[in-house]
Design a protein around this ligand. Structure first.
Ligand code: GLA
Ligand code: GLA
Length: 688
């Protein structure tokens, strides 16, 4: 299956609502399993992920299988109209497997062999584990592949982490041989071998990076991370061989993640590569709503950024595969979602392109570490508690959004995110060691578009640039000549490009460019950066732009102008009165360079001007104040505008035209009030 259409998940075109269901934890409580079916209807759920951690229930000892319980679950759910995403169980394995085949256990970066326990901790190279998982997956596909309830394969669970065992070291060396055409000299060159005497004269000397060994060779670090991505994908590809063979029409996915302290894209694997191997992109979102360090709207903006990135990876709707009905169990403070937030946060995912709202977890377990993690069904088994009712309301709301399923979100603005670049920047021993914050910086550039409801795709370097009017590529420290040439073509053909400080510094091996800034960048920007100053937190400097002074932090670049125009100048220090911001026309397009890290006010003013200059429009122009977000999905005839109040206050908004609120059924026009956390989904005929 390549390009998927509206029907990619179910024959019916409707929003999925449900979640991770672990009936194997309740096999000795048949009355609970019966009751689940009753409760599923009351919760307005229709889809369940089953079996991601069921290996010890499916194969309690090697070669002895027990499927009756799963047969019954399939039949029971099917009889009641539900759909199943069947998981492959490789995310956790039974003790007998680790005991008999210790090579499946990971070795960590300190070269410490891990014991059996936990989950998500197998070696991705182990032949034994590849064989065992494939065998299990084949049996599952043979048994359930034709079951009418099966709608998707949920392969493993949240792949991540790395293994440094001997098998992985060998696989890494083989991977390197392929990358460098079996030429050790070219590897030494790419890794800047003579530095600290780190040249190799035999492939067997190469080891993965380690705190007790090599950790200063940046080319090695970068290649290791690329290898970890490729090896994880190769493990996944091995898992899905029988699924493709036996069930070619069932979509295959694995659930992606985010890094959650700051809510940024997951850094462990290059999802731009992984996305090519899944039929539908799915991810697990756990923002810490109501935290005490940021405004609700700030967090909502960050969620929107990740949604826009993950959706853009496949340029099609995605599925929210996990979220929590209320609190999680692993934030430092596990705060309950306040009334209304569950509907709002769920609708936000749909607004950005999700065709589902799914949860971890259906029912709270009685024991072990997730017994207090939010669930649809609490320990009280009640339909009367607040969380259950709010989940049911989301289910009812999704039922009213059936026609939104499969609709798109076209965008004219692309913000460029790159995993290689993030890794290289995190490695870079230079600038400020703690202030680079690449993903967070991108979110700051994204903010104005989010606030002004301008649709954005967060794109990656190998995607087609030609459909965008504007590309914003902040802190693109690592960029291959090929990427730079593609950006140049984009500008030459009439695109507008914004770049910032710390860009175009190293190539794809993390080797710096020499003899000045890369020529392609000099051509399109009409200038070159000559020195980057790093500031202490107490240092004060400003950039004057359009008559206003904006505070700068962390980074200031001194520029040497050729044909560029100065748009803003530094106020203090040895570079006072020299250009900080430039613009330049190149062939049919235009570029802007922002030399310093500036504050939110600057971003707002700068991008507001650009939005106006380029006549960028929201898909649906609602007038509203700060903290309200309007995200619009579209089909040929309609706009579906999700108007969301991410503030704790009532907000007055004005609709541009008549529309129907799909959630309430109200016909609306003109001014209306949105209460705290209220959301409306307006359907209106498309005006363009
Ligand atoms: C020490 C070392 C040098 C170099 C510098 C960097 O002085 O001797 O090789 O690493 O630190 O500041
Ligand atoms: C992840 C996992 C789930 C569960 C949740 C808890 O997303 O995939 O199994 O542990 O976290 O938030």
């Amino acid at each position: 299956m390549t390009k998927l259409d509206r029907t990619y998940v179910t024959e019916a075109k409707y929003m999925l609502h449900g979640g991770d269901y672990n009936p194997d934890q309740w096999l000795n409580r048949p009355e609970i399993l019966e009751d689940d079916i009753r409760l599923m209807k009351l919760a307005h759920t229709n889809a369940y992920s089953i079996g991601m951690f069921s290996w010890s229930s499916l194969e309690p000892e090697e070669g002895r299988y027990e499927f009756e319980w799963l047969d019954q679950v399939f039949d029971r759910i099917h009889k009641n109209g539900g759909k199943i995403a069947l998981a492959t169980p490789s995310g956790a394995r039974p003790a007998w497997l680790s005991q008999k085949y210790p090579e499946v256990l990971r070795v960590d970066k300190n070269r410490m062999k891990q014991l059996h326990g936990g989950r998500h901790n197998h070696c991705f190279t182990s032949e034994v584990y590849r064989e065992k998982t494939q065998k299990m997956n084949r049996i599952l596909a043979e048994r359930y592949g034709n079951h009418p309830a099966l709608f998707m394969w949920h392969v493993s669970n949240e792949y991540g982490g790395e293994c440094h065992c001997d098998h992985c070291q060998n696989a890494f060396r083989n991977w390197l041989k392929e990358q460098y055409n079996h030429d050790l000299n070219s590897l030494n060159e790419a890794w800047w071998g003579p530095f600290w005497s780190h040249s190799f004269n035999d492939w067997s000397q190469i080891e993965s990076p380690s705190p007790i060994g090599e950790n200063a060779v940046h080319g090695l670090n970068l290649d290791w991370r690329r290898f970890v991505t490729d090896q994880t994908i190769s493990f996944y590809e091995n898992e899905i061989v029988p699924l493709r063979e036996i069930t070619p029409n069932i979509p295959v996915t694995t659930n992606f993640m985010a890094d959650t302290d700051d809510l940024i894209p997951f850094q462990g694997l290059d999802y731009s590569k992984f996305a090519k191997h899944v039929d539908v992109l799915t991810w697990d979102a756990y923002p810490a709503w109501h935290n005490d360090w940021e405004e609700t709207a700030d967090l909502a903006m960050k969620v929107g950024f990740i949604d826009d990135l993950y959706r853009s990876l496949k340029q099609q709707p995605f599925l929210l595969l996990e979220s929590t009905p209320s609190a999680v169990n692993w934030h430092k403070v596990n705060k309950a979602k306040r009334p209304g937030m569950h509907l709002l946060s769920s609708m936000q995912m749909v607004a950005h392109g999700s065709d589902s709202v799914m949860y971890f977890q259906w029912r709270k377990s009685r024991g072990s570490s997730e017994k207090f993690h939010g669930a649809i069904v609490d320990h009280d088994n009640s339909t009367e508690n607040r969380v259950f009712k709010e989940v049911a309301k989301v289910g009812q709301s999704l039922e009213k959004l059936t026609e939104v399923t499969g609709t798109n979100r076209p965008a004219k603005v692309g913000i460029l995110y790159d995993w290689d670049n993030n890794w290289a920047l995190n490695d870079a021993q230079g600038y400020g060691l703690e202030t680079k914050r690449y993903p967070q910086t991108l979110q700051q550039h994204y903010r104005t578009f989010w606030e002004k409801d301008i649709p954005v795709d967060v794109i990656t370097k190998e995607q087609d640039f030609s459909s965008y009017q504007l590309i914003v590529a902040p802190m693109l420290y690592l960029a291959s000549k090929e990427t730079l040439a593609r950006l140049k073509t984009f500008v030459a053909n009439g695109g507008t490009l914004v770049m910032t400080y710390i860009s175009g510094i190293v190539n794809e091996h993390d080797l710096t460019y020499t003899s000045g800034w890369p020529q392609d960048l000099q051509d399109i920007f009409g200038m070159q950066p000559v020195e980057t100053d790093t500031l202490y937190p107490k240092d004060k400097n400003y950039v004057t732009y359009q008559g206003k002074h904006y505070l700068l932090k962390d980074y200031a670049t001194v520029l040497e102008l050729n044909t560029a125009n100065s748009e803003g100048i530094y106020k203090e220090d040895f570079y006072a009165n020299t250009p900080a911001i430039t613009s330049h026309s190149y062939e049919k397009g235009k570029t802007y360079y922002i030399g310093a890290r500036l504050d939110a006010e600057f971003h707002f003013d700068f991008y507001s001007r650009l939005i106006e200059d380029l006549s960028l429009q929201p898909a649906f122009s609602v007038k509203h104040g700060k903290g309200v977000s309007v995200q619009t999905r579209q089909d040929k005839e309609h706009d579906y505008a999700f108007i969301m109040n991410f503030t704790e206050e009532r907000q007055t908004i004005t609709l541009p035209s008549k529309g129907t609120d799909l959630l309430s059924g109200d016909e609306l026009e003109g001014e209306l009030i949105l209460n705290k956390y209220e959301v409306r989904v307006i359907k209106a005929p498309r005006n363009s």
